[in-house]
Design a protein around this ligand. Structure first.
Ligand code: GLV
Ligand code: GLV
Length: 337
């Protein structure tokens, strides 16, 4: 009898080949570049042993009940797991795989891009040129000036792999100090990142509170996972404590930043700018969304891990995680529930 697996995305050919190399699989797959339709998933889930899905597919009691007791493994093509009701997964002894390490460098690269875009007014500059305003704004000493990374204090909300890889990139720019807030103190000071920093004149210290991160930082990087305790962590109060020339960058999940509060802070020029890879309500951000009228806010459509190599690696790893459980082997990355 064949083992049924449901795959909610198209995969790159290498990953598809790996999946199809497993004998005895009945592969039910969504063949469209767009996110898989919820009804399609619910219709195909019954009697499946494994489901390979990604961050746009909700894993909740409804899906798990619909799949039924045959379901042994969920493999998520993502580092984030906020689309997954982990307690419901754990309760049913279903194993969960994800891709937490392979995308670290790609997302840290994007964090640096957004910091530079926010400080150096990249979005605003591009718009000025596209809208034909350059002839009216010739070079002048104060034109489009902004803050600089060198000498700044960088504050991280969340200090996992991506945050630490971002530190590694920022140190050569001359940051003076790094403060961070983490719910997982065990994660701090990984040798693989900090070994490289030992000779650099930069202090890297835990912050006592989010208030301290808000008050001290010239650059705030949101790099924590989304949970009840991080939702709207960057809201009116946080933004109100930030320095007037500070920028905030979100490479984590949209709802960690309160969009209305951010727009208000930008309108009132209480902070200098923002760089967002994620936003509340994505992907339903249409051209009339008020955030797009913020000239000091750069928004890109959740592309943190979008490099050729990283997406290929994530696809291979999520197929390997799925197959590992079917074969009774260790997953490459199992999410401990
Ligand atoms: C991307 O946001 C991911 O969770 O992989
Ligand atoms: C979360 O990513 C943390 O490090 O607290």
């Amino acid at each position: 009898e064949k083992i049924k697996v449901v795959v909610t995305r198209q995969l790159i050919p290498e990953a598809q080949k790996l999946l199809e190399s497993e004998p005895n699989l009945e592969i039910i797959q969504w063949h469209n570049e767009n996110p898989c339709d919820r009804n399609w998933l619910l219709t195909n889930a019954p009697n499946s042993t494994g489901i390979l899905l990604t961050l746009s597919d909700k894993v909740d009691t409804e899906l798990l009940e619909t799949a039924g007791p045959t379901l042994k493994v969920i493999s998520s093509f993502s580092v984030g797991t906020d689309h997954i009701e982990t307690s419901a997964v754990k309760h049913r002894n279903i194993r969960l795989g994800y891709t937490p390490t392979i995308l670290t460098d790609a997302v840290a690269d994007l964090a640096v891009m957004l910091i530079l875009m926010a400080q150096r007014r990249g979005g605003e500059g591009i718009r000025n040129v596209l809208d034909g305003r350059w002839p009216q704004m010739p070079w002048s000493p104060a034109l489009m000036t902004g803050p600089q990374i060198g000498g700044s204090v960088v504050g991280f909300l969340g200090f996992g792999r991506i945050a630490q890889a971002t530190v590694k990139r920022l140190v050569p720019f001359g940051v003076e100090k790094v403060v961070y807030l983490t719910s997982r103190p065990g994660e701090r000071a990984r040798e693989d990142y900090f070994g490289l920093l030992r000779d650099q004149p930069v202090s890297i210290e835990p912050a006592g509170s989010w208030e301290e991160v808000a008050r001290e930082s010239d650059i705030v990087v949101v790099a924590c996972s989304l949970s009840e305790s991080t939702k709207h962590l960057v809201g009116t109060e946080f933004l109100g404590m930030m320095k007037k020339e500070a920028v905030v960058v979100n490479i984590a999940r949209g709802p960690v930043v309160d969009t209305d509060a951010l727009m208000k802070a930008l309108d009132e020029e209480r902070i200098f700018g923002a760089g967002l890879d994620v936003i509340e309500g994505e992907p339903n951000i249409t051209a009339d969304h008020p955030i797009l009228r913020q000239k000091r806010c750069v928004l890109v459509p959740h592309i943190g891990s979008a490099t050729f190599n990283t997406r290929m690696g994530m696809a291979m790893e999520s197929v390997r995680n799925l197959l590992a459980v079917l074969r009774g082997e260790e997953m490459v990355n199992e999410c401990v529930l």
